[in-house]
Write a protein that binds this ligand. Structure first.
Ligand SMILES: C[S@@+](CC[C@H](N)C(=O)[O-])C[C@H]1O[C@@H](n2cnc3c(N)ncnc32)[C@H](O)[C@@H]1O
Length: 231
């Protein structure tokens, strides 16, 4: 990974904001990811994220923390939060912004236990593929203290396969429709493509049942997105 995401966050943090990140996927064209969005305040966060922050309690792990916006909010509420990410640039930005406990770490390398695990802005993305969901859920479960919870958001992206006439062009012989290749570029440079998973709620719930986690729908957004609580 070239860490263009981290480079963009660092540029923004250091006052060198000139352009945004461009993303695309295997089923969608170029889209702009505005850098200021990654530095959002509580008031500018989607309702699902605000709800997740309100439900967070005890010791908290912010998984894939990015620029640390959620961690900073929780820290200001005097909650004990640790922020991890695989992007060195993201971790540098978290430190510059004042996140006290932050580490460059892949979620599968985390071993501490927490009362709340937070995975926001399509939290299921880091599972990468449907075949890996059980492995990730089992690992997340192993990081929970007694009565702990996982707060995770995602979307049912079936709508992205809809024709103008209301039909769907999902290839039923292909992989699960939420498995996408994700492309990112910044300042004309292309990042190494990654796999990124969107999980509809029912598929997440079924996967949770197989690993002994309860999965509850907390809130739905206006555009097929949802927040789930696993315990
Ligand atoms: C869509 S961004 C969300 C950032 C932040 N949570 C937010 O809402 O602004 C996903 C983040 O997850 C990080 N990430 C991806 N895979 C990860 C993994 N396996 N372990 C930890 N972090 C990961 C990425 O580097 C990126 O910062």
């Amino acid at each position: 990974m070239k860490d263009l995401f981290g480079a963009a966050l660092l540029d923004y943090q250091n006052g060198h904001y000139t352009e945004d990140i461009i993303t695309s996927t295997s089923i969608s064209d170029n889209d702009i990811l505005p850098l200021p969005y990654l530095f959002r305040d509580y008031k500018d966060m989607p309702k699902l994220e605000q709800k997740a922050l309100n439900l967070a309690k005890g010791t908290i792990l912010d998984v894939g923390c990015g620029a640390g916006s959620h961690s900073l909010y929780l820290q200001k509420k005097n909650l004990n939060v640790k922020a991890i990410d695989i992007s060195q640039g993201a971790i540098d930005v978290c430190k510059l912004r004042g996140v006290k406990n932050t580490q460059l770490k892949h979620i599968l390398d985390e071993t501490e236990t927490f009362d709340t695990l937070l995975l926001l802005m399509n939290g299921t993305g880091i599972f990468e593929a449907l075949s890996q969901v059980s492995k990730y859920l089992n690992h997340l479960k192993s990081l929970l203290k007694p009565n702990g919870q996982i707060l995770i958001d995602s979307s049912d992206i079936k709508y992205m396969y809809e024709d103008d006439d209301g039909g769907f062009w999902i290839d039923t012989n292909a992989n699960y429709y939420g498995e996408l290749d994700y492309f990112l570029s910044y300042k004309g440079e292309n990042e190494v493509p990654i796999k990124w998973l969107y999980l509809d709620f029912n598929t997440l719930k079924l996967a949770c049942e197989t690993v002994g986690l309860q999965c509850e729908l907390v809130l739905e957004g206006d555009h097929f997105e949802y927040l789930a609580r696993l315990s």
